[in-house]
Design a protein around this ligand. Structure first.
Ligand SMILES: *Cc1c(COP(=O)(O)O)cnc(C)c1O
Length: 225
């Protein structure tokens, strides 16, 4: 595990440079699901600034033990759990339905905060995955105007599993095009500054297509049990 963080940071930098982008524009989110607090802390102490967790229960149980770190909620989120995390995470990556939008709005308003979110797109149109279909995005964005305590920062996707990361590239391209199409057309609270895409096996391809956040688990922390 020793040099994994440096190794991934180096790969991010290379991919950014190959794409003519500034490495600082790409945030590494260390996906720490199933990893215990001690190992996460070791990575934080080495310089990991952001972690991503999938499950609310797991996140809440580890959080009190963690060293200071920015926490992102990246997994599917049940509406009845929103109140438990809305003031504990920096960004929710997985907004994918109206009922969830309304609950985040309600819970953020209660605490008088503005909750940053990404909208998850089911870019591969996979039955097994969450996320909005891209054609539903414009109507979904129109509803954000009714949610003053919610701020859309961009889009997120999980590309379909493919053997060759280059085969995932067209999905990332499509995500970039979607974000570009939205930019400037909507309410000022809808920003498209961020594209959260790319995981252990395909983050370099995602960076080539404009990812600003890559969510890396196994390549950083090792294989999950
Ligand atoms: C697990 C997970 C990741 C990280 O996957 P790895 O293949 O371990 O890098 C990224 N994003 C989401 C939403 C995940 O659930």
């Amino acid at each position: 595990m020793d040099d994994k963080l440096l190794e991934i940071q180096g790969r991010i930098q290379k991919a950014a440079e190959a794409a003519g982008r500034a490495p600082e524009d790409i945030q590494l989110i260390g996906v720490s699901k199933t990893v215990d607090a001690e190992r996460i802390n070791a990575m934080i102490d080495r310089g990991l600034a952001r972690i991503g967790e999938n499950r609310v229960q797991e996140l809440l149980s580890k959080l009190p033990e963690l060293h200071p770190v920015e926490v992102h909620l990246i997994g599917q989120l049940q509406s009845n759990k929103v109140h438990q995390i809305v003031d504990k995470v920096a960004l929710i990556h997985s907004l994918d339905r109206l009922s969830l939008m309304e609950e985040i709005q309600r819970q953020a308003a209660k605490r008088d905060i503005v909750m940053p979110v990404l909208i998850e797109i089911n870019i591969g149109r996979e039955q097994t995955k969450g996320g909005l279909m891209e054609e539903d995005l414009p109507a979904f964005l129109d509803r954000v105007v009714d949610c003053p305590n919610l701020e859309v920062r961009g889009l997120m996707c999980i590309a379909p599993p493919v053997a060759d990361p280059e085969a995932a590239r067209p999905y990332f391209t499509r995500m970039r095009e979607l974000a570009e199409g939205i930019r400037g057309q909507h309410d000022s609270r809808i920003q498209m500054a961020h594209l959260s895409m790319g995981m252990s096996h395909d983050f370099e391809a995602a960076i080539r297509e404009g990812a600003t956040m890559v969510r890396v688990g196994r390549a950083l922390f090792g294989a999950r049990a």
